[in-house]
Design a protein around this ligand. Structure first.
Ligand SMILES: [Zn+2]
Length: 128
């Protein structure tokens, strides 16, 4: 049996009776490496231009709904009788620290980055 492991751009070929064990051990090693890569949380880094854009932004990047809504209830009203509730957070990529856009807090939490790397096995690459 031949097994070919391809983690772009690395391609490994292995021939032998124990190829399944070699394959599984290789996947376990890859898991350890990816776990280290995915276990980062780089703080947000914004340019002045991005901060200005964030301050002006009125729609959520994810749901495209308003980031502002008129508050309701007597305790929330000011002297003019109107209070704007602002639900706006800075969404950023935790792997590189880059600012993405302004979002609702809830939308930002729902859009968490994947903490897994899918494993795809192509039958054409396994030769018996
Ligand atoms: Zn939203």
């Amino acid at each position: 049996m031949i097994i070919i492991i391809c983690v772009n751009p690395i391609i490994k070929k292995y021939y032998g009776e124990d190829c399944i064990n070699v394959f599984v051990n290789h996947v376990i090693e890859l898991e350890k490496k990816f776990k280290q890569l995915l276990n980062v949380n780089i703080p947000l880094r914004m340019t002045d231009e991005q901060e200005k854009k964030f301050q002006k932004e009125r729609k959520c990047f994810y749901c495209n709904k308003s980031l502002y809504k008129l508050a309701e209830g007597p305790l929330e009203k000011n002297k003019t009788g109107h209070v704007w509730f602002i639900d706006k957070v800075r969404d950023h990529n935790h792997y590189n620290g880059k600012y993405r856009d302004s979002t609702h807090n809830k939308c930002n939490l729902n859009a968490k980055q994947n903490k897994f790397v899918p494993l795809e096995i192509d039958k054409k690459l396994i030769l018996i």
